[in-house]
Design a protein. Structure first.
Length: 96
């Protein structure tokens, strides 16, 4: 997949595992979704996901809706990433 690197102003060819390696190196990965997404409880709705590493094999996902950063977040371990971290659902993937 093609990923826009907003720091170095280049496009990078990588895959899902490559994105996780970028996060391990201190970068943030952003998924711009095609449509709004809502959690199972109907508590939060978002259209952009921000992923970053908080410590070894621990990741955090924060949310944005219509350009506004939301307060909610979720933590995941490396095993959760197999089901939760899905860049294929994004219309645009960015490295920050």
């Amino acid at each position: 997949m093609i990923v826009k690197d907003t720091v170095n102003h280049v496009e990078v060819e990588t895959d899902r595992d490559g994105l996780i390696k970028f996060m391990d190196a201190g970068r943030q990965v952003d998924f711009v979704l095609a449509e709004r997404k809502t959690d199972d409880d109907g508590y939060i709705t978002w259209d952009v996901e921000h992923w970053s590493q908080v410590q070894k094999n621990r990741y955090v996902r924060t949310y944005e809706l219509d350009g506004k950063q939301l307060r909610e977040f979720n933590h995941f371990n490396i095993y959760d990433m197999a089901t939760e971290f899905d860049p294929d659902k994004a219309v645009e993937v960015r490295l920050s």
